[in-house]
Ligand binder design. Structure first.
Ligand SMILES: Nc1ncnc2c1ncn2[C@@H]1O[C@H](COP(=O)(O)OP(=O)(O)O)[C@@H](O)[C@H]1O
Ligand SMILES: [Mg+2]
Length: 237
């Protein structure tokens, strides 16, 4: 990999994005850190009339160390940001409820390493699933199950399917955060679907379970009904 200069990918609809867009400091007061649910390293941006989300790729648990945000380079298409860029565009083009991706960047660090970041559109008025005022409603859980099923039927293996990667905006439900996710082929074993659901269940227990008055065990059954109700695959969890 060339070690000088950043490499940028920009969606054609968002012509005009430059490297500076990925620097939260360059946005001044128009960049506000996202606090709910993330690892840090994410900011809400206001760019004229549009609202965006900037995310710098970081590993959890290594705060302050070199390895925290440095990844081994093995081709541009395989970098965290370019892979997420392409996958998010594919999901959007398939009509699935995801934010539009604006741009992705990689910064070479020496010959072998890189840092990376991505910008996506902010979903207006979205809250994380645990913070939705409807989090106690069976119908919301049913629809979350249907939503996850649509992604699974497309083949999306969401390796970090947790409550904070599910956004609720009024009646609409979105899935976000496709870092390290992949599209599975029809012929692959279906075990990944169950793993995704188990991960989501653990996150539900951790993030929503402790909230007073929310019966997560019974609500989870509504989520599974939504997931299984749309026909086709016979996975029970
Ligand atoms: N497109 C978006 N619209 C609204 N909020 C978002 C969007 N993308 C991310 N967020 C918020 O930022 C948080 C962290 O973003 P996410 O992409 O999940 O990164 P990570 O989990 O790696 O920190 C989300 O849980 C959500 O609160
Ligand atoms: Mg996330």
């Amino acid at each position: 990999m060339a070690t000088d200069g950043a490499r940028l990918l920009v969606s054609p609809e968002f012509d005009g994005v430059t490297e500076e867009w990925f620097d939260p400091e360059a946005w001044g007061a128009s960049a506000v850190p996202v606090d709910a649910g993330g690892r840090g390293g994410a900011w809400f941006l206001r760019s004229g009339a549009s609202e965006l989300v900037l995310r710098h790729y970081r590993r959890g648990g290594f705060a302050g160390k070199f390895v925290e945000r440095t990844y081994l380079y093995s081709g541009a298409r395989r970098t965290r940001s370019f892979a997420e860029f392409h996958l998010t565009r594919e999901l959007h083009q398939a009509g699935l409820p995801v934010p539009r991706v604006v741009a992705a960047i990689i910064w070479p660090r020496g010959w072998l390493w890189y840092h990376a970041a991505i910008i996506v559109e902010r979903i207006p008025a979205a809250v994380n699933f645990p913070d939705s005022p409807s989090v106690g409603d069976e119908s919301l859980w049913f629809r979350v199950g249907q939503m996850v099923r649509r992604f699974h039927d497309w083949g999306l293996d969401h390796v970090d399917l947790n409550c904070d990667n599910i956004l609720v905006a009024g009646d609409d439900i979105y899935l976000i955060d496709f870092d390290r996710c992949r599209r599975r082929s029809q012929s692959s074993s279906d075990r990944w679907r169950g793993h995704n659901l188990q991960r989501l269940k653990r996150s539900v227990d951790k993030r929503i379970g402790p909230k007073g008055g929310i019966r997560t065990e019974s609500l989870w059954q509504h989520l599974l009904s939504g997931y299984h109700g749309s026909g086709g695959c016979g996975i029970r969890n």
